[in-house]
Design a protein around this ligand. Structure first.
Ligand SMILES: [Ca+2]
Ligand SMILES: [Ca+2]
Length: 223
């Protein structure tokens, strides 16, 4: 066997082994459960506005039961309602909301096992905005099992909500003298400078100068 033939054989084997590893890892990948959209940010979410997030699942095989906790900051948003209409044949449902503490708990058992690759919405939750602020919408999966009661591997992802004004630098829900002072403190600074604060560079030009102070001052008194 010539040397070049052996080398060609070796590289072919390596390539095949790599392909097998890639295939094996894609086959064994976890289910993905997440809050959708994962970020909701904007000053248009003023108090009393409602918004809905969904809990979606992808890439799951033979799911029989699912229980989860969704928690949020009840000072910022409030639970308004939920929809669980995707599963017409639920064997059992437990649903508890504690809007005072800021969490909801759901435990469902399906009549027919769920197998899906594409995103499937399980639950929609509607919240109402109470005030300016930010909150994680934390998703904790407590249990996801197949019909035999074996736990299924999964990865979960949280959501985040913020209606804070970008000029509200101390994130207290209003733009006042404190925010102006925060910008003024960084006056003359630039990346690497002792007093550099990227949030104070409101026009994003790489330095904090009088233009940034004028910008924050122009929003004085707003929310
Ligand atoms: Ca402020
Ligand atoms: Ca600037």
């Amino acid at each position: 066997m010539s040397r070049s033939f052996k080398l060609a054989m070796l590289s072919t084997c390596l390539l095949l082994a790599t392909l097998l590893i890639i295939q094996a890892s894609s086959l064994s990948s976890d289910a993905k459960i997440y809050v959708n959209p994962n970020q909701l940010c904007g000053t248009e979410y003023v108090p009393s506005v409602e918004f809905t997030v969904s809990i979606a699942i992808e890439n799951v095989s033979q799911m029989k039961t699912l229980s989860l906790n969704l928690s949020y900051n009840p000072q910022v948003i409030s639970y308004r309602g939920h929809l669980l209409e995707y599963f017409e044949d639920l064997q059992s449902v437990q649903f508890t909301v504690n809007d005072k503490s800021g969490f909801l708990f759901m435990n469902i058992s399906l009549e027919e096992n769920l197998t899906c690759v594409e995103a499937t919405e399980i639950l929609n939750v509607t919240f109402q905005v109470l005030k300016r602020g930010e909150t994680f919408i934390n998703l904790t999966i407590l249990q996801i099992e197949d019909p035999a009661g074996n736990p299924l591997p999964y990865t979960s992802f949280n959501g985040y909500f913020s209606n804070l004004n970008p000029y509200d630098l101390n994130k207290d829900g209003k733009i006042d003298i404190i925010d102006v002072a925060i910008v003024a403190y960084s006056l003359g600074s630039y990346p690497g400078h002792d007093r550099w604060n990227p949030d104070a560079d409101l026009n994003g030009d790489g330095t904090v100068d009088i233009r940034d102070v004028v910008l924050v001052a122009s929003y004085f008194g707003s929310y």
